[in-house]
Design a protein around this ligand. Sequence first.
Ligand SMILES: Cc1cc2nc3c(=O)[nH]c(=O)nc-3n(C[C@H](O)[C@H](O)[C@H](O)COP(=O)(O)OP(=O)(O)OC[C@H]3O[C@@H](n4cnc5c(N)ncnc54)[C@H](O)[C@@H]3O)c2cc1C
Length: 378
Amino acid sequence: MIDFTFTEEQEMFRKAAREFAETRVAPKVPEMEETGKASEEVVKAMVEAEMTALTIPEEYGGLGLGYTARLIAVEEVSKVSVATGMMLQVFALGIEPILQFGSEEQKKRFLPALAKGERLAGTAVTEATGGSDPTGIRSTYKKDGDDYILNGRKCFITNSHIGDTMTILARDEEDPKAFSTFIMEKGMEGFKATHEENKVGMRGCNTGELAYENCRVPKENLLGAEGKGIRVALGAIGEVGRGGMVGCALGLQAACLEASIKFANERILYGKPISRLQTIQNKLADMKIDLEAGFLLGYRAAAMQDKGERCSNEFAAAKYFTTEAAQRAAKMAVDIHGGYGCMEEYAVSRYLRDSFVLGPSAGTSDIMKVIVARWALS
Ligand SMILES: Cc1cc2nc3c(=O)[nH]c(=O)nc-3n(C[C@H](O)[C@H](O)[C@H](O)COP(=O)(O)OP(=O)(O)OC[C@H]3O[C@@H](n4cnc5c(N)ncnc54)[C@H](O)[C@@H]3O)c2cc1C
């Protein structure tokens, strides 16, 4: 029998995450929209609330709450601020390769500080020459005694400037077919965050470039087997990265629906609320159906993840569906608001801008369809 109910603990956790978002994140949204940067206070609040520790097992100083709880947290935070949901989701994305591929020594070395939020994580694959095609990246490593020397630069990296511990994919200078993943830490000589992007949406989350020039990385920071880095980096993106994007998208869908219902009930035309008009109700129904369907796709994949089952196909489908649905929801929400929807005072204009940034993050919709088609054909 399929059980679609959350546990009591998960319900309590959702309540706590919602309260956190409404009290600690919501007041900072206007500032984040204005500056286009991550708010230091919001990051500090997430650390205080132990949001960095959700997926890390207790033995390494984490909360060990698992992936359903993490999806709940990202969804609730994203209802208030998709940008903050994105930062939060990437903490777990950066941690995951260490959880899955780290040696015991690496786990003991890196995870406790990441759980406490003393250091913040991210994962860097994308480069100007390789986004959808990660094998197009030009970052290189070469062996030098017990160390590796890394050269290159990454673009569009979430938490580039606020993160300290980043997993980075590079290719072997001597064997361009071999890729490896390294744990790189801010403070290593030659490693720095450079350009910071000014995005149209998700403005309160930090996205930017990382550069490393003749950066010496000790062999203890090689993650997983040498030459097997694609699996290390993309495995985490396929399950934890896309799972996180589902949380961001579900939160945004829910926010669009809530704002639309409120406006439609308050806006009086022809002597009655516009929520009584059939065309408006059709839009609300479409938004509600999309939200319910996305919720089932996303939480089913997260439940599989908590059971340790492979779920990258399920998350690809959920990521495609929910991020596309979030764009539809944001467009409908703006439409329902009429002229008011074009004004900055109404959150729906932000939702529309945010919805377009959800698409490429952790893989475009085209790429999700490539994965789902492969799944269907298998
Ligand atoms: C806000 C934000 C945060 C991000 N955070 C990170 C991060 O933390 N770490 C990280 O490594 N990356 C990150 N990215 C990068 C993201 O993963 C890439 O933008 C994404 O993978 C697409 O790559 P691209 O931008 O190079 O587009 P391209 O790969 O150049 O794609 C261009 C177009 O071609 C289409 N296309 C490409 N290949 C195919 C195909 N096989 N079949 C059909 N169509 C195809 C794409 O769908 C798209 O429409 C982030 C991006 C954004 C916008």
